[in-house]
Design a protein around this ligand. Structure first.
Ligand SMILES: Nc1nc2c(ncn2[C@@H]2O[C@H](COP(=O)(O)OP(=O)(O)OP(=O)(O)O)[C@@H](O)[C@H]2O)c(=O)[nH]1
Ligand SMILES: [Zn+2]
Length: 197
């Protein structure tokens, strides 16, 4: 179950966002998600939106193993430039396996596994994320149509399946570097990400 908690101002280097806090209870545990919005998002025009999964290493610790930090930055900059949009920041670290298991997966990758093989060696699927939590948050904020900043077709399917109309996909090609070449190639080859347009 998801409960709305409170809203505050969040000044950032890109501009001033509103930050909306939501609390999710799952199996007796609490996960805390936030949505950053700019401008009026409860009006009919499609909202420029990003659904971003937590990546402590990339978003907060400047890791070059993935593309998450630059994608987060790119999404916030794009929303600020448009003057209107929403960033759903979901606490689904490591595609849902959690931070400690992501460290275990990275350790296996240090030994040669790719990102999917590492998850599977630990007994997890390649991607355990469940986007269902977006629906109550979008509904609370009055968001019904989006232009989605993503390369991941699963996110488009998930949103469409919950009745949020994805009127366009806005590619988010950021943060490619020599350390994440293999990670990004695996995303394209094995996880279905769209990098070619
Ligand atoms: N298990 C695992 N998770 C990873 C690895 N590298 C990054 N992640 C996680 O992958 C997720 C990436 O999230 P997003 O950037 O929202 O999603 P995405 O599927 O890449 O799709 P788009 O960025 O929208 O194109 C985050 O939860 C990261 O913590 C890895 O090697 N193993
Ligand atoms: Zn990352």
């Amino acid at each position: 179950m998801i409960t709305y908690v409170e809203t505050c101002q969040l000044p950032t280097q890109f501009g001033v966002f509103e930050m909306h806090g939501f609390s999710e209870s799952v199996n007796g545990q609490t996960k805390e998600h936030v949505v950053l919005t700019m401008g009026a998002v409860n009006t009919p025009e499609p909202v420029l939106a990003r659904v971003h999964s937590e990546c402590l290493t990339g978003d907060g610790l400047f890791s070059l193993r993935c593309d998450c930090g630059p994608q987060l930055e790119g999404a916030m900059a794009a929303i600020a430039e448009a003057g209107r949009g929403a960033l759903f920041y979901l606490r689904q670290e490591g595609r849902g396996i959690g931070l400690m298991n992501k460290i275990r997966a990275y350790h296996l990758q240090d030994g040669g596994a790719d990102t999917v093989e590492a998850n599977e060696a630990l007994g997890f699927g390649a991607d355990l994320r469940d986007y269902a939590i977006v629906e109550p948050m979008a509904s609370h904020l009055g968001i019904t149509q989006v232009r989605l900043l993503t390369n991941n077709p699963r996110k488009i399917d998930a949103l469409s399946g919950m009745g949020i109309e994805v009127v366009a996909r806005v590619p988010l090609k950021k943060g490619h570097n020599r350390h994440n070449e293999r990670y990004l190639a695996t995303k394209g080859d094995r996880l279905g990400h769209l990098f070619n347009d």
